[in-house]
Design a protein around this ligand. Sequence first.
Ligand code: IZC
Ligand code: ZN
Length: 406
Amino acid sequence: MDILLTNIGQLATPQGTQARKGKAQREIQLIKSAAIGIEKGKIAYAGPMDDSLSGEKTIDCTGRLVTPGLVDAHTHLVFGGWRQYELALKLEGATYLDILKQGGGILSTVRQTRAATEDELVAKCKGLLDDMLRHGTTTCECKSGYGLSLEEECKQLRVTRRLQKETPMDLVSTFLGAHAIPDEYKDNREEFIRLVCDVMIPKVAADKLAEFCDVFCETAVFTPAETRVILEKAKAAGLGVKAHVDEIDPIGGAELAASASCISAEHLIQASDQGIRDMAAAGTIAVLLPATSFYLDKPFARARRMIDEGVAVAVATDFNPGSSPNLNIQFPMNLACLKYRLTPGEALTAVTLNAAAALNRSGSVGSLEVGKQADIVIWDAPDLEYIFYRYGSNLVHSVIKNGSVF
Ligand code: IZC
Ligand code: ZN
């Protein structure tokens, strides 16, 4: 082996190459006194300690917990500026949609992102990705949606492409051109939707700037009918599809995501019973964002019900400058236990294998099994329960990404 991890106090991992749903979401392989062997950046052994194993380099884990690298399946990573000034408005009682309607919110980030150069955005995001890696994230989705014109959306997506090459993080690129109606089209939304469908999507697909297309389906943003038109266009262009649905108002978004065969539906705070059943039947993964509920002081999505109905649940940060300015995925993991009442096993699967499946990456990451990428977190913790209990500190000791140690 190139690298051998020995003296793992507890190896904790879901197993398989597909999302785990229902009772299977909580089934975690737990091995005491374990070892992991790495060869050419891939896992070559994961199991009990075995004296016959040897490595060119040995890392003694001295009894620590080891899990798969964490997968953050929903972020808006690339943006100019920040929105700290909205905090005062929030405290005075303005809601997320109030701020957006006044030309702030997403539109404020659009102005700041358009004003930034590609190089400036790359430099800023390198710092953010470094911070994410130190908190255990080894694969991260990255949505556009702060350009809202052909050129500016492509600029944002090119930043993601450069970050894919210039940082250790695995990034999965999602085109979110339908994130808001930009000022230039505020009296002509049909024309903007035509621009997204007939100009942006074909260009993004032809230049392979994104793997998925997403839409912010919400009151005062895009309707379910508009969302369907955009997602169908994206599918025809060869993109996978996702949607932000039922975050603030219950408008049938979960039903729509299921009937449009979305790989995942995200937020789902207000998803209806029927929407949850439709998602289970369609195999649409729920990407839940509890740090956003916390920050917006909104209810928490009905994760327990989703799991009980057979929906595979993933949990992510929703890192963005407006509704979730936190990039530490350990925080939503803690909330998943405390607020969604997921077991530690369910919550671990939610940020590893199920999150990987929501990004179509569960064949290569999301569990510690032979043949998968050597993306590994070594924790300053003796066992899995500890990381869901001792919230508030960064409990990551070190991270191995594709076989390199950080
Ligand atoms: O910048 O506010 N929810 N889009 C949908 C966001 C949050 C990002 C933002
Ligand atoms: Zn989002």
